[in-house]
Design a protein around this ligand. Structure first.
Ligand code: ZN
Ligand code: ZN
Length: 361
């Protein structure tokens, strides 16, 4: 594990942001920095030290997981205990996560510190840990490879199962059952199975609708292995396509392949988005591509960078992103193709093993 290196990088980024301490309460960030997976935790860092605060339910688990980090079992809210420690460490400017801190938590942070040090102590800083997490280390990449590969295997196995008349819900249940049997801790998000006209819904969660004799089935799902999430989408066609579905499919596939080919360190997220979007524009389908091209993925399903129009953030080697253009024609049909892609010094490496060619079942 690289917890030591991750904490050192966090300390350096904290300092660079003009802070002398940081309070980390977003649980995926806590897990990233010390390995602790419990549901109640705060990690405080100052003066080269990190302390994990949790409660009595997690005494044994914290000791086992957070190796190399001091653990305090707090008998008060963990945020309050962490703030008291930060005051003890004479922290004057402490960054906190504005995106994930509730008003109530902020109030208890303020209450935990004496009035005379309170003023200006808590700074809604830039998301220090989220930024670091965008670039995956070797350990994370090996875990992400495994989860992406399991996702692909599960999809491949489902091809024999899919048939007209099954409810979307049954398809999702079967997929999730197989995922658990294969060792998945959970699904990354609510499984999307959208068939027939419902395939025109970009996020059509599995419903009681039945798979049609003729039409698309889009499956977008992910599995969690060792905390790391996969995310993939494939769209297959049941029966013979007769209404131009195949042309639209090939345009989306071309857009997806073009965006993957555009991936390289230094290329901006917006340029990758444009690589997909311009293919669909030429095909006259861009108005039906109503979402962004992709997102970072790791301990959370949606992380930075965001691959959308005009995003100027440059890609870096070690980022893991999705590339997922789609076309959704209301009242008719829709489809999406999504891979996970590792940014390497040489370009984009697709981690999702399943084929993307037209599949007719
Ligand atoms: Zn997805
Ligand atoms: Zn996605």
């Amino acid at each position: 594990m690289n917890f030591g290196a991750r904490k050192r990088r966090t300390a350096a980024a904290t300092k660079a942001a003009g802070l002398d301490g940081i309070l980390i309460t977003h649980l995926p960030d806590v897990r990233y920095l010390c390995g602790f997976t419990g549901s109640n935790a705060a990690l405080a860092m100052a003066g080269g030290t990190a302390v994990l605060f949790t409660d009595g339910r997690y005494t044994a688990q914290a000791k086992a997981e957070a190796v190399g980090t001091r653990v305090v079992i707090a008998n008060k809210p963990v945020v309050a205990a962490a703030c008291e420690w930060l005051v003890e460490k004479s922290v004057k400017r402490c960054g906190f996560d504005a995106l994930h801190t509730t008003v109530a938590a902020l109030e208890s942070m303020h209450k935990a510190v004496p009035t005379k040090v309170r003023r200006g102590m808590f700074v809604a800083s830039e998301p220090v840990v989220a930024r670091l997490r965008e670039v995956k280390d070797v350990d994370e990449i090996s875990k992400i490879r495994k989860t992406a590969s399991l996702g692909g295997q599960l999809f491949d196995g489902m091809l024999e199962y899919l048939r007209p008349g099954l409810k979307e819900m049954e398809v999702a249940a079967e997929l999730e059952y197989r995922a658990r049997l294969a060792g998945a801790e959970a699904m990354s998000f609510e499984t999307i199975v959208a068939s027939g006209e419902r395939s025109a819904l970009p996020h059509g969660r599995a419903s009681l609708a039945k798979l049609p004799k003729r039409g698309f089935v889009t499956m977008d799902f992910g599995v969690v292995l060792d905390g790391y999430m996969s995310d993939m989408t494939r769209t297959v066609h049941l029966g013979r396509a007769v209404n131009g579905e195949q042309d639209v499919y090939h345009a989306v596939l071309e857009a997806q392949v073009a965006a993957v080919a555009a991936v390289a360190p230094g290329v901006t997220a917006g340029e990758v988005d444009e690589a997909a979007r311009s293919v669909l524009r030429r095909a006259g389908l861009d108005t039906f591509f109503t979402h962004s091209t992709g997102h970072g993925v790791g301990l959370e399903i949606h992380e930075g960078p965001r691959l959308a129009a005009k995003q100027t953030q440059p890609l870096k080697a070690g980022m893991v992103i999705t590339i997922e253009p789609g076309v959704y024609i209301p009242g008719r049909f829709g489809l999406r193709i999504e891979d996970m892609v590792l940014v390497t010094p040489a370009g984009g490496e697709v981690l999702t093993p399943s084929v993307k060619a037209w599949i007719e079942l």
